[in-house]
Ligand binder design. Structure first.
Ligand code: ADP
Length: 532
């Protein structure tokens, strides 16, 4: 049958099979709200009817500016269900960028958290948003109240929309660290197939028995697709709201008996410190997987979670342009009885591609052999990889003429197809014509017992073109000298790889997704080697 792979099909299934599973969200005032899928999906329908009443039609864009919450999930499901396009706005962006993005996407309606209204007010005058719906208590004149809209919705008047699986369901903008942010559109088909791929046993094995807590903002690639995957398979979902400090996260993991959580390494490094500081205080026995992605998971962190807290870290790699999951690292049978150190080294890699995601690495000389040592730029293709950027006409060198997407990541690929990411092309340190992996250096530094976080950046150098510089945050109460840290690296790297300088700071700048903001560090230290 020509069955359409669409978000309405996901919703129909969940409605009939998993109505009693829980959706939990922690509100800004820290109280916890509990609902069932049955309630959430009833409200989703009401929201869909209300949006239709406001004039939203197939293909129209509905933007959100909101924290992770049950209401945000409702918008996630309601908008694509009426054939419109969910556009999640990044609440950490500058208001000029937000205005640019809203205009580029031609957003017609905005759903916004009350606490984020001041941010909207900053760019409101530069956009043409027609209606603004506020989640929270009694918004002022000119705004619509989310709860009132749902209460008054005319369900009988709701029109079913025949969604085509190739229709756009959602869109996100890339972070735009170089140039303007670019829109990436996800079709219904891409989201459904991504959910399938993500949920399979050899990937994350997500099922009805799971309770999933993504510590990934709702504006960052649809929390790695997890709200859709969990809804499809009936897994319980927990939304953390705006409280993302390690203690608040640890409390939520325990109180909601979370089985799977996902986030970037910086979030889990913070949690690790919290768990280490309070041994035995948190019962995390339900947790079966800690999914880490977005930037490289240091081996020392994977080891610490396993040895000190009995938790398995699953390392994953992905991108905004691929909805986002591309590869995932599960230990293969051949390594089941390998020494722990060998297993650890494998787990610290980014893993093998999901079904239907194809990979290749390309060098200036052509395709790189799958030998685990030749570095090349990773290229991907598959059903949830973007074909082009939104609103960008003309040739784009991120897409190859033979149908692959160039990721900008430099990798090696092993004979069994396991990728190891050396660096982002733009973060590699090019010293005397040779490449140094900033990722390898920072991961090694984070293995030092006194180091909490470390980032390594390329700094212009008069003789060598660029040289590595390490920026380090020490654990509370620790002190160290640069030489001590460089000596710690020495046994593992060629001498010319070692950072010329180690700077100690109290905090590393972060991107909106919580990754280290290396562009800011490069800028801060760009003159550091100019007089050497
Ligand atoms: P941005 O980081 O620019 O906001 P994305 O979320 O799309 O946008 O980031 C994708 C990039 O993040 C990848 O190209 C890669 O460089 C990096 N990345 C993602 N997962 C991992 C991982 N497990 N290890 C190392 N780098 C990763």
């Amino acid at each position: 049958m020509d069955y359409q792979l669409s978000i309405p099909a996901i919703v129909r299934r969940t409605e009939t099979l998993f109505g009693d599973r829980a959706v939990v969200s922690r509100r800004p005032d820290r109280t916890v709200g509990r609902s069932s899928y049955a309630e959430v999906l009833e409200r989703t329908k009401r929201l869909g009817a209300a949006l239709q009443r406001l004039g939203i039609r197939r293909g129209d864009r509905v933007a959100t500016l909101a924290w992770a919450s049950q209401q945000h999930l409702e918008v996630y499901l309601a908008v694509p269900s009426i054939g419109a396009v969910l556009h999640t706005l990044n609440l950490r962006l500058h208001h000029d960028d937000l205005a640019y993005i809203v205009n580029d996407a031609s957003d017609r309606v905005l759903v916004v958290d009350e606490s984020l209204l001041p941010l909207y007010e900053k760019f409101r005058a530069h956009t043409a948003i027609e209606r603004v719906v506020v989640i929270g208590s009694s918004p002022g004149p000119g705004y619509l109240d989310y709860e009132a809209l749902l209460a008054e919705a005319d369900l009988a008047g709701r029109r079913d929309v025949d969604v085509d699986e190739q229709d756009a369901a959602a869109m996100c903008y890339t972070s735009g660290t170089t140039g303007r942010p670019k829109g990436v559109v996800y079709s219904h088909r891409a989201i459904v197939l991504h959910s399938f791929g993500q949920g399979m046993v050899d990937t994350l094995g997500i099922g009805e028995r799971d309770t999933v807590l993504p510590i990934v903002p709702m504006f960052h690639v649809n929390p790695w697709g997890l709200p859709f995957t969990c809804t499809l398979f009936g897994a319980g979902q927990v939304f953390p709201g705006p409280h993302l400090d390690p203690k608040s996260i640890a409390d939520l993991l325990v109180s909601e008996r979370v089985t799977l959580r996902a986030g970037v390494p910086t979030v889990w490094l913070g949690l690790l410190q919290e768990l280490d500081a309070h041994p035995g205080e948190y019962d995390l026995s339900r947790l079966r997987a800690v999914v880490v992605g977005g930037s490289a998971a240091p081996a020392s962190m994977i080891r610490a979670f396993k040895e000190r807290h009995g938790l398995d870290v699953v390392h994953a790699w992905g991108m905004t342009e691929m909805a986002p999951l591309g590869t995932l690292c599960n230990l293969p049978t051949s390594l089941r009885d390998a020494p722990p150190e060998v297993q650890l080294q494998y787990r610290a890699r980014q893993g093998t591609p999901l079904p239907f995601v194809e990979i290749r690495a390309t060098t200036e000389q052509g395709p790189a052999p799958w030998d685990g040592s030749t570095m090349g730029e990773l290229e991907v293709r598959g059903p949830w990889v973007a074909r082009q950027y939104y609103n960008v006409d003309g040739p784009d060198d991120r897409f190859t003429p033979d149908g692959w997407f160039r990721t900008g990541d430099i990798v090696t690929i092993s004979s069994r197809g396991c990728i190891e990411l050396t660096d982002r092309a733009k973060d590699l340190v090019k010293s005397g014509g040779e490449w140094i992996s900033s990722v390898a250096l920072e991961n090694a530094l984070m293995g030092h017992p006194k180091v909490a976080e470390a980032a390594v950046v390329a700094v212009p150098h008069p003789r060598w073109d660029e040289r590595p510089l390490a920026v380090v945050v020490l654990k509370p109460g620790q002190s160290a000298l640069p030489d001590e840290l460089v000596a710690f690296l020495e046994p593992h790297f060629a001498k010319w790889w070692l950072p010329d300088t180690v700077e100690f700071v109290t905090e590393l700048p972060r991107t909106s997704a919580g990754k280290f903001k290396k562009s800011a560090l490069r800028e801060r230290y760009r003159g550091r080697y100019m007089n050497v």
